[in-house]
Design a protein around this ligand. Structure first.
Ligand SMILES: C[S@@+](CC[C@H](N)C(=O)[O-])C[C@H]1O[C@@H](n2cnc3c(N)ncnc32)[C@H](O)[C@@H]1O
Length: 392
């Protein structure tokens, strides 16, 4: 193998024939990969022609690195070669690297080439072309070329447009979170949630963490049907969306439930509440962020194994449910989390930092809480983690 110091020295020597002799398609793959991966920044005047024979190498990683190094040179003379390469390349990642290399030239001549990739079948290739064209926005024809993507079936491509539109049209004042009512700070309202919503202004809440009733599995709230239950939650979470500030979080704790059978001639029925609610939530404008699994100790689960344990008959296995879902959503926005953090002064952000040990995985092992009066209380630890991680 070559030493990095040797590569650096040869790179800076304009008379060196080292790369011409070593970057050849007959070279062993490992040496080629090492060399191409360790070239780093290339000096002006570096002979990029040495990479061209590798454009047809059978190993896509080598082709990709060869193209990447050509891209570093930002030299228009490689435009046609990169175009031909990108048009014929089958590996999506490598094709994207070629488009990125074309984009890095920031050349007006690249516009028709980049435009051509906006009709690619791979959305990631289109996004690469789109990103490159956005740098050339000032040139004639670019806006028009991009407009064909406005109603593209791929959601990420459409969101890119939305982002462009909103960041362009907003003035600084509009970019701040609206203020919250002082009257709503540090209070507990004991009331029917639907009666409370009308007094809560739009965009006034930073975080909602809720554990709604488990359909009719427990007796404290009874719904006429599962549909009526899902519709009730949908109405509540639409209002929650309205009162939530842009880009802030909504955390929903639910789990599939079993409604017991009415007689031995019937089966019990299991309802997949988290899965049934998820599409309704994304439809109303909540963006899915995380699926935390709350894991309880085995003793906390209802034993459903009695029959199977005795008879071991296939088809009869039932798992004891020791988990609940803690689904994390963000009010959909084109703005990044950093924008939400910038709403606060440095001192406030500093004081909210989560220091020390913390759970790194999405499996949160937390003991359930019990209460003499309520059959389904939140463990404080669960609420505390959600509030720490998802609030400033
Ligand atoms: C699964 S429990 C969750 C309790 C929660 N984890 C806690 O520790 O306070 C569901 C709760 O929702 C409450 N609830 C049901 N319908 C409601 C409504 N329309 N408005 C407000 N609360 C409601 C029930 O009384 C119950 O306390």
């Amino acid at each position: 193998m070559f030493a990095k110091a040797k590569i650096d020295a040869e790179k800076l020597n304009p008379d060196s024939t080292f790369f011409k002799e070593t970057l050849v398609p007959t070279q062993v793959d490992s040496k080629l990969l090492f060399l191409l991966d360790n070239l780093g920044k290339l000096p002006a005047g570096f002979n990029g022609e040495v990479f061209i024979p590798l454009f047809s190498h059978p190993n896509p990683k080598i082709r990709r690195l060869a193209v990447k190094n050509v891209g570093k040179l930002k030299n228009e003379c490689f435009l046609e070669k990169l175009k031909t390469f990108a048009c014929n390349e089958e590996d999506s990642l490598t094709r994207r690297e070629a488009i990125s290399a074309i984009g890095r030239m920031r050349s007006e001549k690249a516009i028709p080439i980049l435009t051509q990739f906006l009709t690619d079948t791979d959305p990631k290739v289109i996004l690469q072309g789109l990103r490159a064209l956005l740098y050339l926005k000032g040139y004639p024809g670019v806006e028009e070329a991009l407009s064909i993507l406005r109603d593209h079936p791929n959601e990420m491509i459409r969101e890119h447009f939305e982002y462009e539109k909103t960041t362009k049209n907003l003035n600084v004042a509009e970019q701040n979170h609206p203020k919250s009512l002082d009257a709503l700070k540090n209070i507990i309202i004991c009331a029917d949630v639907q009666e409370t919503f009308p007094v809560i202004p739009d965009e006034s809440v930073h975080l909602t963490f809720t554990s709604p009733p488990y359909y009719n599995a427990r007796d404290y709230t009874i719904f006429q049907s599962y549909k009526a239950y899902l519709d009730f939650l949908t109405d509540v979470f639409k209002e929650t969306h309205r009162i939530t500030k842009e880009g802030r979080f909504f955390v929903l704790n639910t789990s599939p439930v079993i409604v017991p059978r009415i007689s031995r001639a019937h089966s019990s029925k299991r309802y997949a509440i988290p899965y049934d609610m998820h599409p309704r939530l994304t439809d109303m404008g909540w963006e899915f962020i995380d699926d935390i699994i709350w894991i309880k100790p085995e003793y906390a689960a209802k034993n459903r194994n009695g029959g199977f344990f005795q008879h071991r008959k296939p088809l009869c296995y039932k798992a004891n449910s020791v988990t609940e879902s803690v689904m994390v959503y963000r009010k959909k926005t084109s703005k990044l989390i950093d924008w939400n953090l910038r709403q606060y002064d440095d001192e406030t952000v500093e004081a909210s930092k989560i220091l020390g040990e913390y759970e790194k995985s999405n499996a949160w092992a937390i003991n359930p809480a019990t209460d003499k009066e309520h059959p389904a209380v939140f463990p404080t630890e669960l609420a505390s983690r959600v509030i720490q991680f998802r609030n400033k």
